[in-house]
Design a protein around this ligand. Structure first.
Ligand SMILES: [Zn+2]
Length: 433
């Protein structure tokens, strides 16, 4: 059947064109052919010109972003409740060999060392003491009813099992901010906290103890990590808007990250890192002496006197330092060194036997209880059978960033970068990936 004249195919039939039409088409074809040639030619030319004018930058150093978080503390547990809400594999951590492959989820069950050897995960027995559970979907690990992103490593130890969550640093941070800051804090505070927390964990990863299978704890000893339950709009946004940003300082050889310590309320002035952590590099951003007039709204900017009997003080110290038993009951506690604003750097303990011992002020505080003595900035009064710790100022160790000071600054409109460089003098914020 002949094509109708109004059919576009029929219109484009070359046999029907006049010589002038054909010349025009040939012209268009030549132009169309030249365009890509010219375009790619220019690209090539510009590439040559660019490489001549400006050498390519060296490839960026790959940042190892995998964070290993110990869940639930140092001590092995008898057992824990585990659920995996997606298909998963279990591999031997040492060899990488697949031990179990499941196309279905794992319903909640108990994980414990198997009688004999290996691990018992519900009805699954695996013949290995150290395994990695890899779900096919993110946020599918549920340990003791808390959901986590990434993978789960389970190790048998003398006395039970331990669990490490292996997770990308950005996913880790999403679960940290809500654990570290009150819900009502300003979004600018969350951004400053995200950068400080990112720097802290990457520093721990690079410089932490080599004899551990993990980088950080999930509690205040490192940073509070809540997993997926901690992720909300403000926290996630703060992490995303600062992605890859860390605090650095230039040591003369280049920009280095440092241990971005932070605490709740400095009480008026930050202190030098070496007053508390003798082995930490004394970098300028952690040199202390930053006067802070912005944490006065914090609950523990000033705290009420705390009275403890000498017997109770002795008991609490012995729990942490059993060797102090030789002193008998502690009868005198006196500051040996203080900062200009009254923070105790070292204390001397004198026992009823006459012997004495010196402790770092912060270690003394943590022995008594970090929530009992809110800081090391106090005056000690001896009242015979008890001590009164009075004129207390601030909450936490007082190194680096003051969180309540940060909050007042953020509400005043100070940008997160400026907040960070105020509390870490000499620091520079840098995006490393
Ligand atoms: Zn402060």
């Amino acid at each position: 059947m002949p094509l109708k004249p109004n059919n576009p195919i029929a219109k484009n039939n070359g046999f029907l064109r006049s010589p002038s039409q054909r010349r025009r088409i040939a012209g268009i074809a030549i132009v169309l052919g030249l365009v890509p040639l010219l375009f790619f030619g220019c690209l090539k030319l510009s590439k040559v010109t660019r490489s001549w004018r400006q050498p390519e930058p060296p490839p960026a150093v790959e940042v190892d972003r995998l964070i290993k978080v110990r869940l639930g503390g140092w001590k092995p547990r008898d057992s824990a409740a585990l659920e995996v809400t997606a298909p998963f594999t279990i591999t031997n951590s040492a060899t990488g060999r697949i031990l179990v492959q499941r196309e279905s989820r794992l319903r909640q069950c108990m994980v414990r060392p198997a009688s004999g050897s290996g691990l018992q995960i519900g009805t699954i027995h695996v013949n290995a003491d150290d395994v990695l559970i890899s779900p096919k979907r993110d946020a599918a690990i549920v340990l003791d009813k808390k959901t986590y992103r990434g993978l789960l490593r389970i190790q048998c130890m003398p006395g039970g099992v331990v669990f490490d969550n292996h997770v990308d640093v950005e996913a880790y941070l999403r679960g940290v901010l809500r654990g570290e800051l009150p819900r009502y804090f300003h979004p600018g505070s969350f951004k400053a906290q995200a950068v400080a927390a990112r720097t802290y964990v990457l520093y721990q990863k690079r410089n932490g103890r080599r004899d551990r299978s993990f980088d950080v704890f999930d509690h205040e000893g490192s940073q509070m990590y809540l997993g997926v339950v901690g992720e909300d709009r403000i926290a996630v946004r703060a992490v995303e808007e600062t992605a890859g940003e860390v605090c650095t300082w230039n040591d003369g050889r280049g920009d280095q990250i440092f241990c971005t310590y932070y605490s709740s309320t400095c009480g008026g002035c930050s202190q030098h890192v070496n007053n508390v952590k003798a082995n930490e590099p004394a970098v300028p951003p952690l040199a202390g002496g930053v006067v802070c007039r912005d944490c006065y709204l914090a609950k523990f900017y000033r705290w009420d006197p705390v009275t403890l009997t000498k017997a109770e003080v002795t008991k609490r110290l012995l729990a942490r330092y059993p060797s102090l038993e030789r002193l008998g009951t502690i009868v005198t506690v006196k500051p040996k060194a203080e900062t200009a604003d009254g923070r105790i750097i070292r204390v001397q303990l004198v026992g009823e036997t006459g012997g004495n011992e010196t402790l770092i002020g912060e270690d003394f505080r943590l022995s008594i209880g970090g929530r009992t003595l809110k800081s090391t900035n106090f005056v000690i009064e001896d009242r015979g059978d008890c001590f009164v710790f009075r004129n207390g100022k601030g909450f936490g160790h007082g190194i680096g960033l003051c969180q309540y000071g940060m909050e007042t600054k953020a509400r005043r409109g100070v940008k997160y970068v400026d907040i960070l460089t105020t509390y870490y003098p000499g620091a520079k914020i840098k995006k490393i990936y």
